[in-house]
Design a protein around this ligand. Structure first.
Ligand code: ADP
Ligand code: MG
Length: 671
């Protein structure tokens, strides 16, 4: 019976319900998904390495005679083999082994094993190698490269390899032509040199499918109805008069672009990019005025409690003089406050609702939600964004990000959105001078800081993630706090870290804003959006460990007033080439877009875009740090395919592209 590539995966030989469940964790539901599940790297097992030539860190195939086997009863029971070839001896060690495995090894004379060489009790050892035993001296190893697949708990490489081999050997009734051969070749390439070209072919297909889907979303959106938010003139004029500053030309331009969208009876989806400090919040406030003037509600969602609180303060200051009611909803609020807040949101008394992801909760119902504003969108998953959208038919959406996104990425990943850029900072901002400082010169830096704090300016001292653990992170911040408190006894120093309660964080931040604290020692919770104009010094520990996007965000916490600001990047000597490049880029440039381009080259898009790229919309093959240059070709091809007649060959090609590459939920989208 012919296999249905889009049928259940249990059609495959050896795949029962249990394995199917494990495969589902990897997003592998159908045979075709497995065909598209490509190795993320390859191992070279085509050459046997002489044992005497092995070094720590090598990943190698060895082949030799089994000299001895013994079980060692230590803290953890292990099985140890000594293996010898003509050049020397090495140990293999297994910590988990069955009786059956042990007996089979003891019966055999020869073994071929593949794994990483490490020191174990001073001896070169390969722990948990993949292996095969032989009675007689084995013949030559496999000539093809061995694929290494992304996998999950309970699913070994061997098993995945077998499944993929099975898949590649099958006749594919529906998946015709070139992509199939290319996929097959990528599962088992003969040499590494051929891989990039094969990947490029597939990347073009995948990106084309993605582009078409994004455009399809935009088209679909344009078939929905939304409330046309026509004007807001009396309110807007009042706000403008009260502001105390005038909008920059870029802010005004973007505000106009938004206004034009909102006036249409189609749901807006506009991304506003603006570097840190470019003044996105006030632009959002003008959009909210339109919603309110037209009798609707606006919701503003921020990624952290701190930011939600700060936005609430700003909005209240701007809008309450205009008799507009703002409500704050966060997960940290008391049950009573939440209940009150929820009631005001439901009956429409609250015209602007500001909050964190607490706004997503099912029990939040809006009276008449017409505008959704999402701040720092890269912090949210697409699904979260969508679920807020579900709360009010088809509200307009304004999405803001301070992470400048290189144009090539915008064209692809945000092809469903309209994009505005605030490419100008408010007047009077002083440039931030950036210095790189070796940790050896810490004492001097602290001395300097003392003088600046004496002149009534404030500072951040950011302890960056040392380990991937909140606990250890907080500890390192605490010891830094202790050291600084001792070194700077005349100054008021406080600690802000991610494990503090939301209201504690907010209270501390407000005290810092009121200048009751001179120096704020913090973990990277201050990364996003916090605005304290009198803070002029930013010291970042272990700056060499951070990516450019994050460094740029952190630096953006200073330089917000009209005093000259400085940023100090503390680093540990012995920098890698990439770290050197990053720190130099930071010293030389304050242009977020330039830094993002550099970041894309150095680290790939996942780090720049956060969830959107890393989460549900990640690509299987395309890697935009490598393949961005293909975009002009991709767009040209996609536009041509979309314009083609319904029954043409191009339409069939498009259909096939989508069937192959579209993620499960979008698979049947009509374009
Ligand atoms: P971001 O774009 O990083 O979110 P914010 O909206 O927090 O920036 O604005 C940063 C600071 O600049 C705020 O204190 C804000 O009130 C102020 N600001 C915004 N626009 C202007 C302007 N046109 N002139 C002067 N200050 C402004
Ligand atoms: Mg902001």
């Amino acid at each position: 019976m012919a296999l249905d590539p889009k049928g259940p995966i249990t059609q495959l030989h050896g795949v029962g319900p249990q394995l199917a469940q494990t495969l589902a964790k990897l997003g592998l539901h159908r045979p075709i998904d497995l065909l598209l599940h490509l190795p993320f790297r390859y191992q070279d097992r085509s050459q046997v390495r002489p044992i005497a030539g092995l070094n720590v860190g090598d990943e190698a195939l060895i082949s030799g005679q089994i000299i001895s086997t013994r079980v060692i009863f230590g803290r953890q029971r292990s099985l140890e083999l000594v293996v010898r070839d003509v050049s020397g001896e090495i140990r293999l060690r297994f910590f988990h082994f069955s009786k059956y495995q042990q007996a089979a090894i003891e019966r055999s004379n020869y073994i071929q094993a593949f794994g990483s060489v490490r020191f174990f009790g001073n001896k070169l050892t390969v722990s948990h190698p993949e292996y095969q035993t032989f009675a007689e001296e084995p013949s030559a190893p496999t000539p093809d490269l061995t694929p290494v697949y992304p996998t999950t708990q309970g699913l070994g490489q061997q098993r995945l390899r077998k499944l993929c081999k099975q898949i590649c050997a099958l006749p594919w009734p529906d998946v015709a032509g070139a992509p199939y051969a290319t996929l097959q070749a990528l599962h088992a390439p003969t040499d590494l040199e051929s891989v990039p070209a094969l990947q490029e072919q597939l990347a073009i297909d995948e990106l084309s499918a993605f582009y078409v889907l994004m455009k399809g979303r935009a088209l679909k959106r344009n078939q929905e109805r939304a409330t046309a938010l026509t004007e807001s003139s009396p309110l807007a004029a009042q706000l403008t008069a009260n502001l105390g500053f005038t909008l920059t030309a870029a802010q005004q331009r973007v505000a106009d672009e938004i206004a034009k969208d909102l006036a249409k009876p189609l749901p807006m989806l506009r991304l506003v990019q603006g570097d840190v400090g470019s003044g996105k919040t006030i632009v959002a406030a003008f959009a909210a005025l339109r919603a309110i003037h037209n009798g609707g509600q606006a919701a503003l969602m921020a990624p952290t409690e701190l930011l939600a609180e700060q936005h609430a303060q700003n909005f209240r200051q701007w809008l309450e003089p205009l008799d507009i009611q703002c409500a704050l909803l966060t997960g940290q609020m008391s049950a009573k406050h939440q209940r009150e807040g929820l009631a005001h949101v439901a009956d429409g008394t609250a015209q602007v609702v500001i909050g964190t992801h607490a706004l997503f909760q099912e029990r939040v119902t809006f009276h008449r939600l017409v505008l959704v504003i999402i701040d720092e969108q890269h912090r949210f998953g697409v699904h979260q964004r969508m679920s807020l959208q579900g709360k009010g038919g088809h509200p307009h959406q304004l999405v803001m990000t301070a992470t400048p996104i290189p144009r090539t990425l915008t064209m692809t990943l945000y092809a469903d959105m309209d994009v505005s850029v605030i490419d100008e900072l408010p007047k009077g901002r002083q440039p931030i001078t950036t210095h790189t400082v070796s940790q050896d010169n810490r004492a001097k830096l602290v001395e300097r800081l003392h003088r600046v704090l004496q002149s009534r300016q404030q500072a951040f001292w950011v302890c960056t993630l040392i380990e991937d653990s909140d606990e250890i992170d907080a500890q390192s911040a605490e010891s830094t706090l202790a050291a600084l408190t001792q070194a700077l006894p005349e100054h008021r120093i406080a600690l802000l870290h991610g494990r503090m309660k939301g209201d504690e964080k907010v209270a501390l931040m407000q005290a810092f804003k009121r200048h009751e604290i001179d120096l704020l020692v913090a973990t990277t919770v201050v990364e996003v959006g916090v605005d304290v104009p009198n803070a002029t010094q930013m010291i970042i520990e272990n700056a060499e460990r951070l990516g450019l996007a994050q460094l740029h965000q952190l630096r953006g916490r200073v330089g917000r007033g009209n005093l000259a600001s400085r940023c100090f990047l503390l680093f540990k000597p012995g920098l890698s080439a990439a770290a050197k490049h990053r720190l130099n880029a930071m010293r030389e440039s304050q242009d977020g877009f330039y830094l993002a381009e550099q970041d894309l080259k150095l680290r790939g898009p996942g780090d720049i875009l956060g969830t959107r790229q890393a989460g549900e919309e990640s690509f299987r093959i395309a890697d935009l740090s490598v393949h961005a240059h293909l975009m002009p070709r991709v767009i040209q091809r996609s536009e041509a395919l979309m314009a083609a007649d319904e029954h043409s060959a191009a339409a069939a090609e498009l259909q096939q592209l989508l069937e192959m590459w579209a993620p499960a939920d979008d698979r049947h989208l009509n374009v």
